[in-house]
Design a protein around this ligand. Structure first.
Ligand code: PLP
Length: 257
């Protein structure tokens, strides 16, 4: 059985974070494990608050699962603080997890910061070099680069600049631009565009988590990056179309189970 790990924050509302990742892993028939980095109090209306888990306990969770169960692939989501990023980097390096998907979660949809501003540098300099692929959306790419992104050529340029921080590949998700959501993927050699379908009427959070969790499983299954990214995007589209209404939004991760 494929064993995959999520290193992320808990979303009490079940729409994003650890909960979304574990639902995606189960849907795609992988054995899921979790290292909790923060506990958020959250629902479909927004984030009410959170507390980060102390870095030594994050390190201990990672050590516990990797020394015993092991993982073919891991993904990171909300990491909250700089010393948590350092603990994660230490654990992933020590156990040489072969596939690491880094979703650089910075700010929740409602505007709450999920990573301390000063930790962005640590993310870029310490975690990005370990990544098989990083998966920012447009606001995240803009924040990481300090540049505005409004067109596909600007997305491609941003992907090239983000690659310089050391990940093996970069996927920038285009959902925040108007029109059909096209993602850009750069593996250091070529830029590819992955066209997508806009699902109208679906308002919710957790789509980024769902994408990176599905990508993690497809990569663990051995698919090449471009194919894995296309399948992960299809997974999110299907999930959004079938998403049930919960609270004041939708949950894109529940319908397929
Ligand atoms: N991780 C956690 C714990 C969150 O609470 C959120 C958003 O609220 C995210 C990640 C990011 O979610 P999205 O998939 O909408 O980018």
């Amino acid at each position: 059985m494929l064993k995959v790990l999520t290193i992320a924050g808990s979303d009490s509302g079940g729409g994003a974070g650890i909960q979304a990742d574990l639902k995606v892993f189960a849907t795609l028939e992988a054995y899921g494990m979790s290292v909790v980095t923060a506990v958020t109090a959250q629902n479909t209306r927004g984030v009410w608050g959170y507390e980060a888990v102390a870095a030594p306990l994050v390190e201990r969770q990672l050590e516990a699962v990797l020394e015993d169960i092991g993982a073919q692939a891991a993904k990171t989501g909300m990491l909250a603080e700089s010393n948590i990023i350092k603990a994660v980097v230490k654990g992933l390096r020590r156990h040489s997890v072969p596939i690491v998907v880094v979703d650089p979660v910075l700010v929740a949809k409602g505007g709450a910061r999920l990573l301390a501003a000063e930790a962005e540098e640590t993310l870029k300099s310490e975690l990005f070099p370990l990544a098989t692929v990083i998966t920012p959306n447009i606001p995240e790419a803009e924040a990481l680069l300090g540049a505005k992104i409004e067109t596909l050529p600007q997305m491609a340029e941003a992907a090239r600049r983000l690659k310089d921080f050391g990940p093996q590949a970069v996927i920038i998700k285009g959902g925040h631009l108007s029109g059909p959501p096209t993602d850009i993927i750069f593996d250091g050699q070529r830029i590819d565009e992955i066209p997508g379908e806009r699902v109208t009427g679906a308002v919710g959070h957790g789509t980024g988590c769902t994408f990176s969790a599905a990508l993690t499983v497809y990569l663990a299954k051995g698919l090449p990056l471009l194919e894995a990214a296309k399948k992960a995007k299809e997974f999110v589209t299907l999930a959004l179309k079938a998403a049930p209404r919960v609270g004041h939004g939708i949950s894109p991760t529940d319908p397929l189970i």
